[in-house]
Design a protein around this ligand. Sequence first.
Ligand code: DON
Length: 560
Amino acid sequence: MRRLILIFAALPLFHCRQAPAPPTGLVTDNAMVVSARKEASEIGVAIMQNGGNAFDAMVGTELALAVAYPFAGNLGGGGFMVYRMNNGDVGALDYREKAPLAAHKDMYLDSLGNVIPGMSTIGATSVGVPGTIAGIFEVHEKFGALPIEDIIARVIELVDQGVEVTEKQSRRLDAYWDQIVEVNGDQTLFYNKCMPGDTLRYPALANTLQRIAKNGRDEFYKGETAKILSRFIQEKGGFVTEEDLARYEAKWRQPIIFRYKDLKIISMSPPSSGGVTINQIFKMIEPYDIGQYHHNSAEAVQLFTEAARRAYADRNYYLGDPDFVDIPLDVLLSREYVKGRMESFSFNEATTSSDIERGTVEILESSETTHYSIVDAEGNAVSVTTTLNGAYGSKLYCDELGFFLNNEMDDFSAKTGVPNMFGLTGAEANSIAAEKRMLSSMTPTIVEKDDRLWLVVGTPGGSTIITAVAQTILNVYEFDMSMQEAVNAARFHHQWLPDNIRFEPEGFSEELKQQLKSKGYRINEGRNGFIGMVDAIRVLEDGRLEGGADKRGDDTAVGF
Ligand code: DON
């Protein structure tokens, strides 16, 4: 009997995957949009009900978020889209902001070579050349089925109706009001009311959208809007000129595609670090069969943390705009290299980040972006993350045009080794140069299982985006959760530097933290807000769709 027990104890604990978890989120038969606001999801769905496809819905949802979720939805920012057609074709669009022509490596440094506080984070000096309008027109031109004027008309209707301020939104508006006034003065036309239940209206935005609907993409980059926008940014002391706008182009990119067990994961390529970094994380954890441990157990947290630590160290050193730097992707993503990186990992003791690379950093500010996932009735899938970078971006609001401008310039590394507002340190690869795109962490992702569409997933959260997306996929695949459970589950984060694990406030016991501390892990006790707001869709075995709308926000799944 004892021998039998010993044999069983010695058997490797291979995780036997259970039947897929029954859905707990909204389930629909045909199509779905999950986004940060009900109004935006509804517009996307209405477009699909009226004969539009997932790409038409993308255009409508993107613009509707600028209205209903000005915190991050935007005309003055940029983003990334990863898509998968129902025939299996995949691709990615980069409509990331870029540095203006006047930008240069030391533009945020004083005469002593120190980073000037605030210059890359608040006000006109932090604004990069916006990419969103170029992005939606590019998507529409390639894949759209409905006239773009009809899509924009729906958004203008929403602007005219106004958007009801939710409780959560009102709290955020309050939190950033002082900064908005500091940048724009107290006569700003944005935000005249902010109590829950009040209505936000932006008449100027309706006019801007009308001009764009009539004159097309060039209205924003070469027309009256371009003139108003560049004049406004320059009057406020920023760098974006008419020429910068005229030269902006969105770019189609090859997505990062890799296998994890029997999944095929398709994610965003540079200038986002998202796809490369989750690729490394998945490759690093694959040999350890993380599913044999409990979800968020000490072992699972350790394994994931050590992979993230190593992947972020590479991210910060090697990654930048591929049009400006050579990224050794072949090496970084090879199984051999990745395996070598994990050779120093042991369950007995934490690796320290200084053993991987050096540096000391502190995270300064938290802020927002937004993600939405779409599947249409034909099975085409779109995964988009879009951002102003900080909450309300640079806080600079153009009264005449009715939208906020990004502070994306802070995603560059202003000085090697000095952390940006997400505590990310960068190196030469992500230094500032004219017309270069700043490195991003946005990770819009699509996952195939058995060659069929399975998940569409992404999130905001700055540097935590990559780990939140990876954990959501693992939650469904390895820990047998439904889409909604996977999105709601408690998350944690490690990004190499600062060398500590950040846990969400709920879901991690003191005992777990003590256990990790005893192995040498440092825990970030000071910073324990939410990590990400994941909006995702799972295709169930019978072909129906399950939405995962993050309970952390006002996020809503809508479908039919
Ligand atoms: O591109 C990036 O990585 C950042 N600008 C994203 C910002 C973000 O997610 C803010 N949300 N919390």
